[in-house]
Design a protein around this ligand. Structure first.
Ligand SMILES: *Cc1c(COP(=O)(O)O)cnc(C)c1O
Length: 225
């Protein structure tokens, strides 16, 4: 299926739901992103700062760029002027740096806190305990240039659908609990990012508001060795 047809299929699937597609365009050329854009797609996800900044400069200004990959503090400044949502915040130090760089740009940057839900230790993210600790930190409300608007999680890399579903359910439960609590003024839990090509249907079923889909939209990625 071509990119335009796939984008249209997702639009139909998600129509009338609270879930939106982040088209993950990492490693993919400008022409393919343009094809998705022409089909109406506006949310794109990248996992590398330099690549995202290069693409942003060449593409229409109404694209919402989502940083979905692990973000180093010293690189925040390159995306702060334009990034729409950072899904992968996993420390207070990173949050503070985003706040600082957003301030320099006169912006408020929306972020998600990445929670470790997989039964693997290779993936990034906060434990539930670290998440609560961060959200209960009184210093959080001093970070006026960031807004925490939800959570992101990546399930275990497995064929076991029930395990993936259970991990997503756990994240949704946590999200619902936090949505009912008031912490700082700059925290409002509205977005839940879970699901990629292999498991986005489970993500949607378990309450995702954002799915991050790459290869199903653009085809398999080729990595240079
Ligand atoms: C690459 C990536 C995706 C998309 O992966 P696909 O399997 O190609 O859909 C989703 N989330 C993150 C964090 C990624 O790095």
């Amino acid at each position: 299926m071509n990119i335009e047809a796939t984008i249209n299929t997702f639009a139909q699937k998600l129509h009338g739901t609270a879930c939106r597609l982040v088209a993950v365009s990492k490693t993919k050329p400008i022409a393919q992103i343009k094809a998705a854009y022409e089909a109406g797609q506006r949310l794109f996800g990248e996992n590398k700062v330099q690549e995202m900044a290069d693409k942003q400069a060449q593409l229409p200004a109404d694209i919402e760029w989502h940083m979905i990959g692990h973000l180093q503090r010293n690189k925040v400044k390159y995306i702060a002027p334009f990034v729409s949502l950072i899904h992968s915040v996993d420390s207070k130090r990173l949050l503070a740096e985003i706040d600082k760089q957003a301030g320099k740009c006169g912006r408020v940057i929306n972020v998600l806190l990445q929670v470790h839900i997989a039964k693997e230790d290779t993936k990034f993210g906060l434990s539930e305990e670290e998440l609560y600790e961060l959200l209960q930190d009184p210093a959080l409300s001093d970070l006026k240039q960031v807004r925490i608007i939800g959570l992101m999680g990546m399930a275990t890399f497995t064929d076991n659908r029930e395990q993936i579903r259970a991990e997503f359910k756990g994240l949704k439960t946590l999200f619902d609990q936090l949505s009912r609590q008031t912490t700082a003024d700059n925290v409002e839990m509205t977005e839940l990012s879970m699901g990629m090509s292999s498991d986005y249907t489970l993500g949607i079923e378990e309450g995702a508001t954002l799915i991050r889909v790459g290869s199903t939209v653009f085809g398999a990625r080729e990595y240079k060795p």
